[in-house]
Design a protein around this ligand. Structure first.
Ligand SMILES: [Ca+2]
Ligand SMILES: [Ca+2]
Ligand SMILES: [Ca+2]
Ligand SMILES: [Ca+2]
Length: 393
């Protein structure tokens, strides 16, 4: 084996050889003893580590074991943990497996006050009735320092044309001298001035446009729907964070996102209907809507209804149509049971209901009604309008 390879293997064994099984002291009949079963030799900030202490004989009258972590050179505990032997029944997140077997457990979420290299003295104290005479168990653990991740390079398209058909990508190459698996996330934000308009994540798991998992090259495949609810030029910022939540440098790009309004077509509605003498007459009205930024960019679809007396129905408010796949049900009208046949297919629906009278008891007006249909996307752009005339007899 090459010399440097041996050194590397040794270094790895130092880092990963964390388990320590110490021989337990042989207990007297009446003497309670504590022995460390599991304790990492080296800990990285913001990682979780299982710590186990065995108490003999079992069962004893130890209620719990207090673990004080004291940074070397200081006197007060920086943090205190509690180890339990309850099978996680009373303290569900501490990781104890078997209750009352004398093995006291705590999964330490190691969050040192400083991310620098420090030695800690771990002091284990058994707490319970009549245990004052048991000596405190001491051991030493090294808490490693942590290097910030670093973005080496970022790539982003300068322009996303409205409705583009090809695939475009964000790429960010990240390095962390604690290892590529110390990189926890790579995220992006789209800003204008101080204001953040959108955020998202890149991936290094071989999916969503990432070619190779775990190589430190983070990727995100973009299609035309990425531009939903976004329009204009944004400062694009990429930032990486490691598992200690330490942030990298910020990589800056500028991106211009085009967004065009939705398009409406295929209106289906009667142009003539009869006012019933009793009950009601109904018919379905549907309209197809497409947006170059996809379904997610469609904010509103509906129409204004102008009555024969030149007054807008619905108190002058637009009447919404839905694409929710809910059947027609007047009793659940307020929950948008408008009679849409298929949910999320881009065909928006409403069931027109004609009553003999309006809600004030006045006879429904005969004559020509003018319905003006339109859609609005999430950047507030209005489609063309479709005007439909319907005559009530
Ligand atoms: Ca790091
Ligand atoms: Ca990758
Ligand atoms: Ca749009
Ligand atoms: Ca539909």
């Amino acid at each position: 084996m090459h010399k440097s390879a041996i050194f590397f293997a040794l270094a790895l064994s130092l880092i990963y050889g964390c388990k320590r099984d110490l021989p337990l002291p042989v207990p007297d009949n009446h003497v309670i003893t504590m022995g460390i079963r599991l304790l990492p030799r080296v800990m990285n900030p913001y990682r979780d580590y299982r710590v186990e202490v065995k108490v003999s004989p079992t069962p004893g009258n130890v209620s719990y074991i207090q673990l004080d972590a004291v940074r070397l050179g200081t006197s007060q505990p920086e943090v205190t943990y509690y180890l339990n032997d309850d099978g996680d029944a009373v303290h569900p997140d501490r990781g104890d497996v078997v209750a009352n077997d004398g093995v006291f457990t705590q999964v330490l979420q190691w969050r040192p006050a400083e991310l620098t290299r420090n030695y800690y003295q771990f002091r284990f104290t058994a707490v319970g009735e009549g245990l004052e005479s048991i000596p405190v168990l001491l051991d030493t653990v090294l808490s490693l320092d942590n290097k910030a991740p670093r973005i080496l390079q970022a790539q982003a398209p300068e322009l996303l044309p409205s409705g583009f058909m090809d695939e475009k990508y964000f790429y960010v190459a990240v390095q962390d001298s604690d290892g590529v698996d110390d990189i926890a996330s790579v995220s992006f934000s789209g800003l204008r001035g101080e204001m953040t308009f959108f955020t998202g994540q890149l991936h290094d798991d071989g999916s969503r446009g990432d070619a190779v998992a775990g190589d430190g090259l983070y990727s995100l495949r973009l299609d035309s729907t990425f531009a939903a609810a976004k329009k204009g030029t944004f400062d694009l910022q990429f930032i990486a964070r490691d598992r200690s939540n330490v942030a990298s440098n910020i990589a800056q790009k500028t991106i211009t996102i085009e967004n065009e309004p939705p398009h409406i077509f295929n209106l289906n509605a009667l142009s003539e209907a009869t006012i019933p003498l009793t009950e009601s007459n109904t018919f379905l009205v549907t309209l197809d809507v497409r947006d170059p930024q996809g379904y997610e960019d469609i904010q509103f679809v509906g129409y204004m209804a102008l009555r024969p007396d030149s007054v807008y129905a619905n108190q002058g408010l637009p009447i919404p149509m839905v694409d929710n796949g809910l059947p027609f049900d007047l009793d659940r009208w307020s929950q948008s049971y408008f009679g849409d046949v298929v949910a999320n297919d881009g065909t928006y629906s409403i069931t027109a209901v004609i009553f003999p009278t309006d809600s004030f008891g006045n006879p429904t007006l005969k004559g020509k009604y003018i319905w003006t249909f339109y859609a609005i996307d999430f950047v507030g752009q209005k489609s063309e309008q479709l005007v439909h005339e319907i005559t009530l007899k």
